[in-house]
Design a protein around this ligand. Structure first.
Ligand code: TYD
Length: 213
């Protein structure tokens, strides 16, 4: 595939969505390539429906493996309908969350383990991996505080209801992934100002793809 696949990752409240908007606004200054920003489940009706089941705040009895399988199913549908077609057209695809989220949340925080989550996602993605992952790192309590302050402007979902130690494990999972895949994952300090975070994201993209842009 001709395109470039970039994912944004981080705990809840890490500022991914704001950073993504800013990257989309600024990236055309550096490249002629088409830019396609998306988020799982990203406007694919089937994937949206799967996601509704996962995030429904009344589904408190959902089993951890059911949750992991549903995320993988939703991911598969979005990948096939949205991401792969854009990459085939040569676009830069910026995706808010991908397999690393499942490894951090379901693998580490829910305790299923990295290997199992990796396996089901390998099946779902047929091995498609991001070319670059921007990981916005923040302490769990900072992320949670941001979520609570922004509750009115942001959907508050079943995973947000988890306690601090769950969110600490999520971060721990991301840190382990960043250490495991240093070539793919760039860690950016999510406690910096939104402008600085976006600037560092853009710099990382430029550094990594200076020939392709
Ligand atoms: P999302 O709607 O992307 O929320 P946010 O704006 O915080 O990124 O994700 C909803 C929740 O789902 C979020 O708490 C992270 C969680 N999640 C997983 O647990 N596993 C996954 O594979 C994905 C993609 C998200």
């Amino acid at each position: 595939m001709d395109g470039i696949f970039i994912t944004l990752e981080g705990p809840d409240g890490s500022g991914k969505t704001t950073a993504l908007q800013e990257i989309v606004r600024k990236l055309p200054e550096y490249t002629e390539k088409q830019i396609f920003a998306t988020r799982e489940p990203g406007g694919s009706p089937i994937a949206e429906k799967i996601r509704e089941i996962i995030l429904d705040t009344t589904h408190t009895e959902m089993d951890a493996r059911t949750e992991a399988l549903l995320y993988a199913a939703s991911r598969r549908q979005h990948l096939v309908e949205k991401v792969i077609p854009a990459l085939e057209k040569g676009a830069i695809v910026l995706c808010d969350r991908f397999v690393d989220s499942s490894i951090a949340y379901q693998g580490f925080a829910r305790g299923i383990g990295e290997a199992g989550i990796f396996k089901i996602n390998e099946f779902a993605t047929e091995g498609i991996q991001p070319d670059l992952t921007l990981f916005l790192d923040i302490p769990a309590e900072v992320g949670l505080e941001r979520i609570l302050t922004n509750q009115d402007s942001r959907e508050y979902n079943r995973l947000d209801q988890e306690k601090l130690d769950f969110h600490e494990k999520v971060r721990e999972g991301y840190l382990r992934l960043a250490a495991e895949y240093p070539e793919r994952i760039v860690t950016i300090n999510g406690c910096l100002s939104p402008e600085e975070v976006a600037k560092q994201c853009l710099q990382s993209i430029q550094n990594r793809f200076y020939k392709e842009l």
